[in-house]
Unconditional design. Structure first.
Length: 292
């Protein structure tokens, strides 16, 4: 009984704890002039922590078993991380990153506000673009064919967080980053925003037993996001937020039943099992549409 009580208490504090500690590490990295190093340490530490927690207190026992998709999950993650790193490198050599946050007649960024408020503004601005990109990816067949690679999994765990087709990832970046640059977002604010998005992504997909409580109405928590992966379209075509649920609530796509758990996950189409075939599938979508 004591063990169950301790587990319930832990389940309520895990999400803010697992998000707060990595953010603090990024803060130390920024203050120390080594944000990339500290972010990577925080990200890997969070991944290891979730791996352990998924085995100690899983949300679903059956999701702990292998689905045979570890290599494709890893390969998609590495490809996407590589593209993002390449993009940052190109921004660096072009001088864009160095000028981020420099005040000019064309800068709209409220750099005089406290850092926490600026980070929140960055999250809201990017969230608007990400929400509509994500919603389009579920309602427009051309974009769904790429996004379906992510939704083809039949279980959620931290390791398939980065399982996105690279075209899907590029679309997300195009819908979220340019407006921040146009507004003149400072570099430190961008680092915080990018880091929080990465940490929330891992937490959102983890197979850990936890309660979001009031946070379910602010952030995209695991409890909220699992419904988005439901195989039932009427359930899955909801909860499009990346970090925040504000636009889901505003536009009527927030979905979080309290009386039951999510059912089977996945998509109605067929998805090949091999990584290279998954990359090719959206370009020959007629072979896979409605085959399941």
């Amino acid at each position: 009984m004591v063990k169950n009580i301790a587990k319930e208490i832990l389940s309520y504090i895990l999400w803010p704890l697992l998000l707060g500690i990595p953010i603090c590490m990024v803060y130390l990295g920024i203050k120390g002039g080594r944000p990339t190093l500290y972010f990577n340490i925080a990200y890997l530490s969070l991944g290891v922590s979730l791996y352990v927690l998924e085995r100690v207190m899983p949300y679903r026992e059956e999701w702990v078993k292998s689905d045979g998709q570890e290599f494709p999950d890893f390969a998609h993650t590495i490809l996407n991380k590589g593209l993002i790193q390449l993009g940052l490198f190109l921004l660096l050599i072009s001088g864009i990153i160095e000028t981020m946050g420099h005040k000019s007649a064309y800068s709209f960024w409220p750099s005089g506000l406290p850092m926490a408020v600026q980070v929140l503004i960055a999250m809201v601005v990017s969230e608007f673009g990400l929400y509509w990109k994500h919603r389009l990816a579920h309602t427009w067949d051309f974009m769904w064919r790429f996004h379906s690679v992510h939704h083809s999994v039949e279980k959620l765990w931290f390791f398939n967080t980065g399982r996105f087709h690279f075209v899907d990832t590029l679309c997300s970046l195009l819908f979220s980053i340019p407006l921040l640059f146009i507004m003149g977002v400072p570099g430190d604010v961008f680092i915080y925003f990018s880091s929080i998005t990465a940490f929330v992504g891992l937490l959102t997909h983890c197979n850990v037993y936890m309660h979001g409580g009031i946070l379910n109405y602010i952030f995209i928590t695991p409890n909220v996001h699992r419904w988005h992966h439901s195989r039932k379209i009427e359930e899955g075509n909801n909860n499009y937020g990346e970090n925040l649920v504000m636009f889901d609530i505003l536009f009527g796509t927030y979905y979080h039943p309290k009386d039951r758990h999510v059912g089977p996950l996945g998509i109605k189409e067929e998805m090949p099992k091999a990584f290279l075939s998954q990359l090719a599938a959206p370009f020959i979508w007629h072979k896979y549409r409605n085959k399941r």
